[in-house]
Design a binder for this molecule. Structure first.
Ligand code: ATP
Ligand code: MG
Length: 438
């Protein structure tokens, strides 16, 4: 039962830290005010009203008795009542009107009705509290006439209710307003930290992250900054080392090639030259891989335009693009270019026709790339992402590749918070499904 309740609470409560803290602060204030209001309303206000109404009805009853027993004194008494009790009294030769303007839920009407009924009985009275803004009219039936009493409302209503409510609500609003300002200031650094961590997770370069807020958050921000810097340093070191090695190896390789050209045994030399060419190709790819690690700023990219340009550059009629809805993706353009270039290039190298389709789900861009080549056996799906892993040593479909393409692709997709999946295509070849959050 409790798990159901907590699930329900989780469902209805807001997800954000700011709104959650606001609820924690505001709920006790509101509940307290409600309790005080109800208690005050019930025990003080309603009771006070009842007492006032009762004494008013007593005054009226006393007048009615005088009217019935000492009719000759009535002028003196009505003047006296006007002076001392603020009651204007008129004796009218009328019938009692029908009651039609009583408000069922007004406490004033309710207590008037109750008191008048208990003192004069049913169908002997009539009153109206709404015709005049500040006056109440009561009419009582006597033997021959109708006696009308006019008096100010405040005789039976304490006017302090509105002021009291105002004093209850205004400070609450003020307190909640102050809480909002404080909470905003407290949650902003956490939100900033979360944002920076998200950006860093997606592979963006977080330059300098300024710590602010409470000491714990400050410490977390500071440690995050240190961690980000350390990871960045590692990444830089790795790519610098890779490009350094690749670069340095190129010179001796070129020298070797020159020397081979001078060699007399042509057969051996041509074999060795082929090997050296392959090594050079590997180094070229190494360098490219190292370059893909360099930091680049994320920018908004119009996906339809991006793929149109990308495919135009291939200048190949066998690549077909099916565009999707307008999507603006915040990403590193050059990395994405390299990634999709590799995928489409694989399609061209291993198949003949390539079909690129763009679509979207609720928060993700979906790119499907299919070809009509031989595909990849499903047990190799994991392996082909490994660096330098190639199936084509045996199939010899594409002899120039080194097997780095898909590892670069996976790296780039992961660093954008995306996902890549291989499966069998409807065109008999390979289907690659890339999803990227936008
Ligand atoms: N569309 C495809 N159809 C069939 N096999 C594929 C396809 N894409 C990749 N492969 C297989 O996966 C292996 C790894 O691909 P990857 O792109 O990483 O390397 P590569 O294409 O051989 O070399 P390069 O580094 O030049 O891209 C390839 O050798 C190939 O056997
Ligand atoms: Mg490739």
């Amino acid at each position: 039962m409790f798990s159901g309740l907590s699930r329900f609470l989780k469902f209805i409560l807001p997800k954000g830290l700011f709104y959650r803290s606001l609820i924690i602060v505001a709920t006790p204030i509101i509940i307290l005010q409600l309790i005080i209001t109800v208690v005050f309303f019930d025990s003080i206000w309603i009771k006070a009203n009842k007492g006032m109404t009762r004494s008013l009805v007593g005054e009226i009853k006393a007048f009615m008795d005088i009217y019935n027993y000492y009719p000759d004194q009535i002028k003196f008494f009505s003047e006296n009542y006007k002076k001392n009790f603020e009651l204007d009294i008129f004796i009218k030769n009328q019938k009692l009107p029908k009651i039609n303007s009583e408000r069922k839920f007004s406490p004033m009407d309710r207590s008037l009705r109750r008191e008048l009924k208990s003192v004069f009985g049913n169908n002997m009275y009539w009153f109206n509290t709404t015709r005049f803004k500040e006056k109440v009219i009561i009419k009582i039936k006597s033997k021959e006439n109708l006696i009308e009493f006019n008096f100010p409302k405040e005789k039976i209503a304490t006017s302090s209710v509105r002021i009291f409510l105002l004093w209850m609500i205004l400070p609450s609003i003020f307190l909640i307003f102050i809480a909002i300002i404080f909470l905003k200031n407290q949650t902003r650094p956490i939100v900033n930290l979360a944002r920076a961590a998200e950006r860093f997770g997606k592979g963006d370069y977080v330059n300098e992250f300024r710590a602010s807020g409470a000491s714990e958050i400050r410490k977390a921000s500071y440690e995050f900054d240190r961690m980000a810097k350390r990871i960045n340093r590692h990444l830089n070191q790795r790519s610098e080392m890779l490009s350094g090695i690749s670069h340095d190896l190129r010179t001796p390789l070129t020298r070797l090639k020159l020397q081979l050209a001078l060699l007399n045994q042509k057969e051996i030399s041509s074999k060795m030259t082929r090997d050296i060419d392959e090594m050079e190709n590997m180094l070229k790819n190494y360098l490219e891989f190292a370059k893909s690690q360099t930091q680049e700023e994320s920018k908004p990219i119009n996906i339809n335009n991006f793929f149109q340009d990308l495919i135009k550059n291939f200048n190949n009629k066998k690549i077909k693009l099916k565009m999707g809805p307008e999507i603006i993706l915040i990403a590193r353009k050059n990395s994405l270019k390299r990634c999709f270039n590799n995928l489409i290039q694989n399609g061209i190298s291993y198949g003949e026709n390539v079909y690129v389709e763009l679509s979207k789900s609720s928060s993700r861009l979906i790119v499907t790339i299919e070809d009509d080549g031989p595909g990849i056996p499903s047990e190799e799906y994991k392996n082909v992402f490994k660096p330098f892993y190639r199936l084509d040593k045996s199939r010899s479909l594409n002899t120039s590749g080194v097997g780095l393409g898909l590892s670069i692709v996976e790296d780039i997709i992961n660093s954008h918070g995306g996902n890549i999946q291989l499966s069998k295509s409807n065109y008999k070849g390979l289907q690659i499904k890339v999803t990227l959050p936008f």
